[in-house]
Design a protein around this ligand. Structure first.
Ligand code: 2HA
Ligand code: ZN
Length: 289
């Protein structure tokens, strides 16, 4: 593929030729077709290995430093491939350089620089604090060298968060019961956190604490975060959990359970509107719980 760097005899290649980049792009394409990524929903990140950085860094041009919005000291000076904020996963395969980017975290873990991608401008995923804090938590735990964090809006998982108690043990038990392979695929279980405003440090802290203990973390009324050491394994985990959630939804439907245990409250909507600078329909807000 690429040329040899005369100083290091390392193979130099274009970013899009690197295997991890191809696999990252493929995952975006596959999961879009699962129906988990309406509009710009969901995001993906990968903590790039040192030798992988070496093989492509000739292509990097460093932009200005920007705030991450949290501190990830243990990821100091590391590089990440991430999806772009507002980007549709559907478009990543056709236009990767416009929809994904490589970033470098600074020395003290508070800022990042874009060094490749997002060539029409833009920023890394709005969930960057959660991605980086999860990757940091996994790195600290150093189990299986997990380097991938994936967030999706898995339909049936979300549906269950309106009906089941938001309790990690109960969720795990219910999903384990739905398919024999489930306890094998996610033995550590699934953590569940109640509804929170997305995109910030608080939800990142809550999620990264859970990801140390569980294989996946569900965000009530929003979606799920999973981690993995390969792109296949990461996708497979999300797919397995969502499939068991689909079975559970069918089982509950047949049993006639209709009432919601919890939902996003009016107070939550008002909080969201404030943080995201939205004007929400007052008539709708009025009839919220
Ligand atoms: O739009 O999924 O959680 C990206 C998201 C935010
Ligand atoms: Zn989301």
């Amino acid at each position: 593929t690429g040329n040899l760097d005369p100083d290091t005899s390392l193979e130099i290649m274009k970013v899009l030729e690197a295997k991890f980049v191809k696999q990252f792009i493929n995952l975006c394409f596959e999961v879009y077709h699962k129906g988990w990524h309406e509009r710009n929903g969901g995001n993906l990140s990968y903590r790039i290995k040192k030798e992988e950085v070496e093989s492509i860094k000739e292509n990097f041009t460093y932009q200005e430093e920007r705030e991450i919005g949290t501190i990830v000291k243990d990821l100091s000076n590391e590089y990440f491939l991430v999806t772009g904020s507002g980007c549709y996963l559907m478009n990543v395969k056709e236009y990767p350089e416009e929809n994904i980017c490589i970033i470098k975290v600074n020395e003290d873990g508070t800022k990042y620089q874009i060094c490749w991608g997002l060539k029409n401008g833009g920023k890394p995923t709005s969930e960057l604090p959660s991605h980086l804090m999860n990757l940091e938590a996994i790195k600290r735990r150093s189990i299986n060298e997990k380097r991938i964090v994936y967030h999706m809006h898995a339909t049936n998982v979300i549906a269950l968060t309106f009906v089941l108690p938001l309790n990690s043990e109960i969720f795990t038990r219910e999903l384990w019961e739905m398919a024999t392979e489930c306890p094998v695929v996610f033995p550590r279980g699934i953590g569940v956190i109640p509804w929170m405003v997305p995109g910030g440090k608080d939800i990142a802290i809550a999620t990264s604490k859970m990801i140390e203990k569980y294989d996946a973390v569900i965000w009530a009324h929003h979606g799920m975060f999973v981690t993995g050491s390969t792109f296949d394994e990461t996708f497979g985990l999300a797919d397995t959990i969502e499939k068991s959630a689909e079975i559970l939804v069918k089982v509950i439907s047949m049993k006639g359970v209709f009432s919601k245990e919890q939902t996003i409250s009016r107070e939550n909507f008002i909080h969201l509107a404030k943080d995201f600078n939205l004007t929400l329909n007052e008539d709708v807000l009025k009839i919220c719980k």
